[in-house]
Design a protein. Structure first.
Length: 283
């Protein structure tokens, strides 16, 4: 069980640290601009005993009310958001998601319109050799493996599913290059089926900062989130957290002063805080 902190950052204080939780040097973050008030001196984040589900002080990071507040904050920040990958069909979304691995959505969205104009149908992709596809997707990185996955998926869809992208987790996972993240994107975004939660680098980082999980493995993180997020919110939660990771809760120098979730977040690498810091709330 964790113990209550002996001290907390000054209210509204920028947090100064010489080293991040991974041991990397980082720049000191600046405080929220204020009018007619002297800046608050930076103060080193206090040390905290590692928290279990519920600390001796009564803090429970997985408390239903806290989870509801996090969801409400995400609704306030990102109402109605959806997948950032441009697509017009389940097949186009599947291809775009495969290409998005280790690549930005912006880059993928530059590649796919030309790609789908050149190869309009899944049958067109199935007729290719991977080497023929490689030049078209080179800029997305890891293009050889991605070409094999896209062509392999197209061939299996044509051969085993009548040219239609399957609509179950089990069948999607049988396609080359498709793991749970890709399957969850397709099922949730196109087919409106909440079969799981998309766990990418953004969801991993933010879920750990918010102490919704302590896991590092994507499948275990997904399992933790599925236990506390209402099923009907799984897809929306995924999209909102991913957008949050792009806009505010970025990997380095998160924009805590602009975040509606700031008072709910005790992350060790916050750049601004009105609440106590938890040393083990690492991204």
């Amino acid at each position: 069980m964790g113990a209550a902190l002996k001290s907390a950052p000054l209210k509204g204080a920028p947090l100064k640290r010489t080293q991040s939780t991974q041991g990397r040097n980082t720049e000191n973050a600046s405080a929220r601009p204020t009018t007619g008030r002297a800046p608050v001196n930076a103060r080193k984040a206090p040390q905290a005993v590692a928290l279990k589900k519920k600390s001796a002080s009564g803090y429970d990071p997985l408390a239903p009310e806290r989870v509801r507040q996090i969801i409400a904050g995400l609704d306030q920040l990102y109402p109605g958001v959806t997948c950032a990958l441009i697509h017009r069909s389940a097949w186009e979304l599947l291809v775009a998601t495969i290409l998005s691995a280790q690549c930005t959505d912006v880059r993928v969205n530059m590649v796919t319109p030309v790609l789908f104009e050149k190869y309009p149908t899944v049958q067109d992709f199935a007729a290719l050799e991977p080497e023929q596809l490689e030049p078209d997707i080179r800029s997305t990185g890891f293009f050889r493996n991605k070409a094999k996955s896209v062509v392999g998926a197209a061939r299996k869809i044509v051969a085993d599913f009548g040219g239609n992208v399957p609509q179950t987790m089990e069948e999607l996972l049988s396609l080359p290059g498709v793991a749970r993240k890709t399957a969850n994107v397709v099922l949730g975004t196109w087919f409106k089926k909440n079969e799981g939660i998309v766990v990418d680098t953004h969801v991993t980082r933010i879920s750990r900062r918010l102490e919704l999980t302590k896991q590092e493995d994507a499948r275990k993180i997904e399992e933790d989130l599925m236990r506390i997020i209402p099923r009907e919110r799984w897809t929306d939660f995924s999209h909102q957290v991913i957008w949050h990771g792009r806009k505010l809760c970025v990997a380095r120098g998160p924009k805590c002063a602009d975040c509606a979730l700031e008072m709910l977040c005790h992350a060790a690498d916050k750049t601004w805080s009105t609440v106590e810091i938890h040393k083990d709330a690492n991204p």
